[in-house]
Design a protein around this ligand. Structure first.
Ligand code: FEO
Length: 176
């Protein structure tokens, strides 16, 4: 069971994670369209991970006696100012997502919903990684992306990223 406030915030977070997925898919499409194939691949994998995040919360909410209420997802931007703009926007977005996760955690603590506090531990750790990845991508672009050879090398490096399903998803899918 959930308090109405925690249940509402978890439902909003499902929408926020789907928005993140769409934002990164839109970035991937722009990058692919501008022939940054490696960066496009990196953001395509990021899209899939964000979908996992939404489904982890979806499954948790159902399994723990909550009611899922899906909502409209705002359209992401489709035009970007370049690779650096995308990297800067993704870092800013991850910082926003961290604040949303902290907000749910604060409410869960206030409502003594300790199962949700425990559930969110993984998301709190994941956000450290998400911000670090975004910050590193931006920093490496600033360090090495100013000439064509350096940018090509970064693009090739990021293109090696492969998707593996987030283990946390299987954990909560088990009782579907
Ligand atoms: Fe779902 Fe990028 O955090």
């Amino acid at each position: 069971m959930f308090t109405p406030k925690v249940e509402k915030l978890l439902n909003e977070q499902i929408a926020a994670e789907f928005y993140s997925a769409n934002l990164y898919l839109s970035m991937s499409a722009w990058l692919d369209d501008h022939d940054y194939r490696g960066y496009a691949q990196w953001f395509y994998v990021q899209y899939k991970e964000e979908t996992d995040h939404a489904l982890i919360i979806y499954n948790y909410l159902r399994n723990a006696g909550g009611v899922v209420r899906l909502s409209a997802i705002e359209a992401p931007p489709v035009e970007f100012g370049g690779v650096r703009d995308i990297l800067a926007q993704s870092l800013e977005h991850e910082q926003l997502v961290t604040s949303l996760i902290y907000q749910i955690n604060s409410q869960a603590l206030a409502d003594k919903d300790f199962k949700t506090v425990q559930f969110l531990e993984w998301f709190i750790k994941e956000q450290v990684e998400e911000e670090d990845n975004s910050s590193t991508n931006l920093g490496r672009f600033d360090n090495f992306g100013s000439d064509a050879r350096g940018l090509l090398s970064l693009d090739q490096e990021l293109g090696t990223r492969v998707y593996t399903q987030t283990p946390q998803l299987a954990l909560y899918e088990g009782s579907v």
